[in-house]
Design a protein around this ligand. Structure first.
Ligand SMILES: NC(=O)c1ccc[n+]([C@@H]2O[C@H](COP(=O)([O-])OP(=O)(O)OC[C@H]3O[C@@H](n4cnc5c(N)ncnc54)[C@H](O)[C@@H]3O)[C@@H](O)[C@H]2O)c1
Ligand SMILES: O=C(O)C[C@H](O)C(=O)O
Ligand SMILES: [Mg+2]
Length: 622
């Protein structure tokens, strides 16, 4: 993600030999025999030099010497062999000892653990990524559960709030409104000598987690999400582009902060905004036609507007609407199965009350409809089982305020003129089996609310999903205490487990983390590998079903609703496989029939082989 050395000739790349399953001819649905396409070394579907696959092998740096130490992708630091040191002119530029990646890992793990605050750890990890990318990813992958809350929620939230203050080196692409009319030039400046970037995460910084408008500082979110694409789905780090579109900020604190690195102006009106985003999307797509663009942390109205505007035009998706919808559908399905089994009620007999009516809540609400519809309910019957509640109360058609478009679909018409201003009153009225929190407000699920839902249900489902941790509608400890340990729980940010000795049930209790990071890497991996021309709603729903199916019996026995996070690569691979199959079914895969020609096992082997692994030597070596 960090640009390579700015001066000197560019690093050259060559594609590594891909792993391809051996295949004989296959019979198509219409009975003709086709030989699977013989993939070129990088599965190119055209001769366009930008159509590289995920393996971007790095050849020797032509200028050698110190350039190899400064290029974050080729740097091996103390692991450079003595031969390589001679070959590259590195003698004398490194300490005499030669150490392996595993010894380097011991050192950086120690250095990480010696930092006292999460933010210091974040800065340490960012500096490592900006110095030796492979070592950074090896560290993150070896200690996934420890590093995830540092490079992602909750610490990434604090990092974004202080992003200008903790700035060390530029990372990613910053496209500001002042670049209007010349965005293509900026995109051209992105340093990828050969091979194309495959995944971009783009934010305008206007709604970072539950922390509001952070302006340019939101770039930390794009970087954090893409780190998970690499660590969690094996996208090559060189193939990722974190983007912030800086249109100014309405955050006074930032505007008055002398260290703030973004544009010092307030945000423009919608027309200017849309015109600018159109230019950005056109420029990115023109240069990189297969680039998958993930929209992240836009204010809800803009999130919906851009999804509608671009989803049938570019390979893009909105993570907060679609990724969140998918991950919650998966966890909810798993929770509902447990609740139904223990209560003896039918699986579809769920009533979901959502606190929050923004992009995340409406995205989740819409995705949850497919849960009910798979049980045989019609769309209208399914919709009747979802209530949304915002800062003004239960969302009804006759509440008296003008509802934005995205709330209208779930606005109730069956409330007989009654309005419900407090969540506790809404709980009495709705009698929910499940509470889903996407309100950004800590304490929304207070003791009264949780106890009411606990009284109504044998196994209440409570998902406080707002991020970061301080914005979570309730803590795990509270949910457990107020339900005597009966809660089926998932939160957006990680919460600690409850030890058997502290647990009201006498058993160890494990909270779920219902966060879109469990699905977006797999969706993106699918789209990048099959060169999807669109990311359809069906692909997103398939990612939820694949995630739900990924839970093992051992994980179910532990009471988990989601797979363990240290299995993220396996999960992303399996999600990618199912999504590629769906992409082929929907004819949006654009790889010349290559992935369509494989059966599921072959596809899994191939996807696994395409996933980048941080190591020295081999294709990636300097
Ligand atoms: N877990 C995940 O994977 C995930 C994914 C996406 C978003 N989120 C989180 O969801 C939150 C919301 O995101 P968004 O884009 O929808 O934001 P948003 O600001 O558009 O929506 C917030 C909604 O909450 C409502 N609200 C405010 N105060 C409330 C209260 N006291 N009670 C009930 N509702 C209240 C608002 O009226 C609004 O409808 C953020 O904190 C974000 O971090 C989590
Ligand atoms: O970034 C996250 O942790 C999840 C989600 O996309 C959010 O906006 O909160
Ligand atoms: Mg988000």
């Amino acid at each position: 993600m960090t640009p390579p050395v700015a001066d000197g000739p560019k690093t050259t790349y060559a594609a590594a030999a891909p792993t391809t399953p051996s295949k004989a001819a296959v019979t198509t649905a219409n009975g003709t025999h086709i030989k699977p396409p013989q993939p070129t070394p990088d599965h190119k579907t055209s001769d366009d030099p930008r159509e590289d696959n995920l393996h971007l092998a790095i050849a020797k740096h032509p200028y050698g010497g110190a350039a190899n130490l400064r290029d974050v992708f080729t740097n091996q630091d103390t692991a450079f062999s003595y031969d390589k040191r001679d070959q590259l002119g590195l003698r004398g530029l490194l300490p005499p000892a030669r150490q392996s990646l595993s010894v380097q890992l011991l050192r950086v793990t120690k250095q990480l653990r010696n930092k006292s605050t999460p933010l210091e750890k974040y800065v340490f990890l960012a500096s490592l990524r900006q110095t030796n990318t492979r070592l950074f990813y090896a560290l993150v992958m070896e200690h996934m559960e420890e590093c995830l809350p540092l490079i992602y929620t909750p610490t990434v939230g604090e990092a974004c709030q202080k992003f200008s203050e903790i700035y060390r080196r530029p990372e990613g692409l910053s496209i500001s409104l002042e670049d209007k009319g010349r965005v293509a030039e900026l995109v051209d400046n992105w340093p990828v000598p050969s091979g194309a970037p495959r995944i971009a995460v783009i934010t305008d910084g206007s709604r970072i987690l539950g922390l509001g408008d952070l302006g340019w500082n939101g770039q930390g979110i794009s970087i954090g999400k893409l780190s998970l694409y690499v660590a969690g789905a094996g996208i090559h780090p060189r193939a990722t582009v974190p983007i912030v579109v800086d249109l100014g900020t309405n955050n006074k604190k930032n505007l008055e902060d002398p260290l703030y690195l973004g544009l010092r102006r307030e945000r423009p009106g919608t027309d200017e905004y849309v015109e600018f985003l159109d230019e950005v999307m056109e420029a990115l797509h023109a240069k990189y036609p297969n680039l998958i663009i993930q929209f992240e942390d836009f204010t809800s109205e803009n999130a919906f507007m851009f999804l509608e505007r671009y989803q049938n035009k570019y390979p893009m998706f909105n993570d907060d609407i679609q990724g969140t919808g998918s991950v919650i559908l998966a966890g909810f399905t798993n929770a509902a199965r447990i609740a139904a089994k223990e209560s003896g009620k039918p699986l579809w007999d769920q009533r979901i009350l959502m606190a929050g009516a923004g992009s995340a809540a409406v995205g989740v609400g819409k995705q949850l409809l497919s849960f009910f519809m798979r049980q045989g309910l019609t769309e209208d019957e399914a919709r009747e089982r979802v209530w949304i509640f915002d800062s003004k109360g239960l969302v009804t058609r006759d509440r008296g305020d003008k509802l934005p478009d995205h709330k209208v679909y779930f606005a109730r018409t069956d409330n007989e003129g009654k309005q419900f201003k407090s969540l506790a009153d809404a709980v009495d009225y709705v009698k929910p089996t499940a509470l889903v929190g996407l309100s950004t407000v800590r304490g929304t699920f207070d003791e009264t609310v949780i106890r009411k839902v606990a009284d109504m249900n044998k196994r209440p489902i409570i998902f406080p999903l707002s991020n970061p941790t301080d914005n979570s509608e309730c803590t795990y400890e509270e949910a457990v205490r107020f339900t005597e340990g009966r809660v089926l729980f998932a939160a957006g940010s990680p919460f600690p487990e409850i030890d058997a000795s502290q647990s009201p049930t006498g058993k160890r209790l494990i909270p779920g983390q219902g966060n879109n990071f469990l699905v977006f890497p797999g969706i993106g991996l699918c789209a990048a590998l099959c060169k999807a021309s669109r990311i359809t709603n069906e692909i997103v729903t398939e990612s939820a079903l694949a995630l739900s199916d990924a839970l093992t019996q051992a994980e179910r026995d532990e009471g988990r609703l989601y797979p363990k996070t240290d299995r993220i690569r396996e999960i992303s691979r399996d999600i990618a496989v199912r999504c590629i199959q769906m992409a082929n079914k929907q004819k949006v895969a654009n790889d010349g029939g290559y992935t369509a020609s494989m059966d599921e096992d072959q596809l899994r082997t191939w996807v696994q082989g395409e996933m980048w692994v941080p190591k020295y030597g081999g294709a990636d070596d300097a």
